[in-house]
Write a protein that binds this ligand. Structure first.
Ligand code: HXC
Length: 257
């Protein structure tokens, strides 16, 4: 599938979706978001792909939603565009998604990285929710996912001042997983994707679901959900193979079933 604003490449076991509007620091216009969601859903169905990386370029992961596209919109225009429906579809992707971030991850760019499951950042990465500086506020999860990741105090500071935070601060505050030198951030994400791709896919899928469940349920219901997924995996060939291989002291061979 040929896209205008993203580049999708498949490697052994994983795929990369690269945001590709470098002239505008990968500002997320509606076309780019439509393409990204379409690509992610196709990769989610592709049995050769077990993990997806979303990345930008060295200078920018994404500097937010496209301000020029929104500037003259009325509230009704925004309602009709229903741009957040696409973001809800990203949340429903079953395979793990790694954000490989370098440079600016601002506004919708920061929100997109937080919609991913793991964030690998280059040492030049800068995160922030600068919407307050242009008369609005985060709209794609910035007040919710950021607060859950870094807590109320830091989230308030980031959202109310619009200031950027460094990769180092983002790591200290629990927003991201790892910082690597700029030459290696994509390679680091690829290595991680390869590692995840080598695990039994059904267990990966149900484990991702269960971790995400922790964000929108009580501990009681979350534990129940976890338990059901745990039991369900005993219906998989890979559970039989994984445990038998352990007992036989050999490497398991996953079927993905
Ligand atoms: C449209 C953008 C853009 C954006 C940058 N550009 N960010 N265009 N929407 N979000 C364009 C600039 O207009 C410029 O195009 C080119 O990219 C390079 O940007 P510069 O500003 O010249 O680069 P620099 O001086 O290095 O400054 C980088 C920057 C700044 C600090 C990241 O570009 C900036 O503040 N951008 C806006 C960040 C922001 O407010 N994001 C939140 C958006 S609202 P030209 O044609 O002039 O060369 C949002 C809401 C989310 O995300 C809601 C859910 C989706």
């Amino acid at each position: 599938m040929a896209y205008q604003h993203i580049i999708v490449t498949k490697e052994q076991g994983y795929a990369i979706a690269q945001l590709n509007r470098p002239d505008v620091l990968n500002a997320l216009n509606m076309k780019l978001m439509a393409e990204l969601v379409e690509a992610l859903e196709a990769l989610d169905k592709d049995e050769d792909v077990r993990c997806v990386i979303i990345t930008g370029n060295e200078k920018a992961f994404a500097a937010g939603a496209d301000i020029k596209e929104m500037a003259d919109a009325s509230a009704m225009d925004m309602l009709v565009r229903d741009m957040f429906a696409r973001w809800d579809r990203i949340r429903k992707i079953k395979k793990p998604i790694i954000a490989a971030v370098s440079g600016f991850a601002l506004g919708g760019g920061c929100e997109l990285s937080m919609t991913c499951d793991i964030i690998i950042a280059s040492e030049t990465a800068k995160f922030g929710q600068p919407e307050i500086n242009i008369g609005v506020m985060p709209g794609a999860g910035g007040t919710q996912r950021l607060t859950r990741a870094v807590g109320k105090a830091k989230a308030m500071e980031i959202v109310l001042t619009g200031k950027m935070i460094s990769a180092q601060e983002a790591l200290q505050w629990g927003l991201i997983n790892k910082i690597v030198p700029v030459e290696y951030y994509l390679q680091e994400a690829k290595d991680l994707a390869k590692e995840i791709a080598s695990k039994p896919p059904m267990a990966v899928r149900l484990a991702k679901e269960a971790v995400l469940k922790a964000f929108d349920t009580t501990i009681e219901a979350g534990l129940e959900y976890e338990r059901k997924n745990f039991y369900l995996l005993f219906a998989s060939d890979d559970q039989k193979e994984g445990m038998k291989a352990f007992v036989d002291k050999r490497k398991p061979e996953w079927k993905g079933r």
